[in-house]
Write a protein that binds this ligand. Structure first.
Ligand SMILES: Cc1ncc(COP(=O)(O)O)c(C=O)c1O
Length: 332
């Protein structure tokens, strides 16, 4: 099976870093509870992001920090989301009894800034979530849009930068000016650590104080803390892999565009969304029969759309070959 459905990093964790991680873990680390404040990791993250230690919180994947945001700020209230986007916001909102309000993106998937601003200042809306670069559409939001929204928002403005190492502008420079702005990040994509579950959040002190009321003390295990710190200490190795993924993304984009009837959407991330003449469910099933797992992202705003993660070159080659075989028999 070629797995291109979850935007994971196609390259295994670097063996030389893995050796370092195992060397740094001691037998006592297994028997004792982890550092609840994950101080060593947060210190590394302070260096990477330029944000103060006290404005950084780590979580068991960014999924956990999304849930914490919903629990701390959204319970019994509403949150607004620029859709179509990452499906887990809705799930975490539901767990926290926080009602989702959709703010549809424009035809080209850019933000409807006026509508988002309106939602961000509506009574009852406590959070506005914007994913940039956006999963699954791939486009990033210009910083000036976020600034405009944060300027007038009565709610928190949460920007999910899970894919920012692959493209788009980060909102970090805005954090010092907007205490209502929150940035989410993850080690699951550019840093290839989806299995170890490490995400983090950057926010002002008052936001952090509320979040700490719902955070589980030992949310991030020792091993993941040490591994994430090792990533930060060996950043060039990981950034080189990001460059390789970007080159592959451009190649994959060109090859997809050459297939008959395929519409490809530009991506600033490590995945590409595309549309074919076939119903997305049909194409998904046929690709699966050929051993290639991709993601069906079809919905009212994304008719006949699927998403493929940028894999290793040999995986992408098989993906293109199989998709080409399926589409060859289709009248465009
Ligand atoms: C936009 C976005 N945010 C967050 C996540 C979750 O990341 P994590 O693995 O850190 O929980 C994903 C995973 O696909 C994602 O696409």
């Amino acid at each position: 099976m070629i797995k291109l459905d979850a935007n994971e990093n196609p390259y295994g964790f670097p063996p030389e870093i893995m050796v370092k991680v195992f060397r740094d873990v001691s037998p006592l680390d297994f028997t004792r509870y982890p550092d609840a404040g994950a101080t060593a990791l947060r210190e590394s993250l302070a260096g990477y992001t330029g944000v103060n230690l006290e404005n950084i919180m780590v979580g068991n994947g960014s999924d956990e920090v999304i849930l914490n945001l919903m629990l701390a700020f959204g319970s019994g209230a509403k949150f607004a989301v620029a859709t179509p986007t990452f499906s887990m916001y809705k799930v975490h909102g539901r767990i926290a009894s926080c009602e989702m309000v959709e703010v549809p993106r424009l035809k080209d998937f850019s933000l409807d800034v006026k509508a988002v601003k309106k939602a961000a200042s509506s009574p009852g809306v406590k959070l506005v979530l914007i994913c940039s670069p956006n999963n699954p559409t791939g486009n990033a939001i210009p910083l000036k849009n976020i600034e405009e929204i944060a300027d007038c928002a009565k709610s928190l403005v949460v920007v999910d930068e899970a894919y920012v190492e692959f493209g788009g502008e980060s909102c970090i420079p805005l954090l010092s000016r907007y205490p209502n702005l929150v940035v989410l990040r993850t080690f699951s994509k550019a840093f290839g650590m989806a299995g170890l579950r490490v995400g983090y959040l950057l926010a002002s002190r008052p936001v952090m104080d509320e979040l700490l009321k719902v955070k589980q003390p030992y949310n991030l295990n020792v091993f993941s803390q040490i591994a994430a710190k090792a990533v930060m200490e060996n950043l060039p190795i990981f950034l080189k892999r990001v460059e390789r993924i970007l080159l592959e993304r451009d190649r994959l984009f060109k090859e997809l565009s050459l297939l008959p009837g395929v519409e490809v959407f530009p991506s600033q991330s490590n995945f590409i969304m595309f549309r074919t003449p076939l119903p997305a469910g049909t194409l998904f099933g046929r690709m699966l029969e050929k051993g290639v797992l991709i993601r069906n992202v079809e919905g009212p705003a994304l008719p006949r759309c699927l998403r493929v993660s940028v894999g290793a070159p040999e995986e992408n080659m098989v993906f293109i070959k199989m998709l080409g075989e399926i589409l060859k028999g289709i009248q465009v």
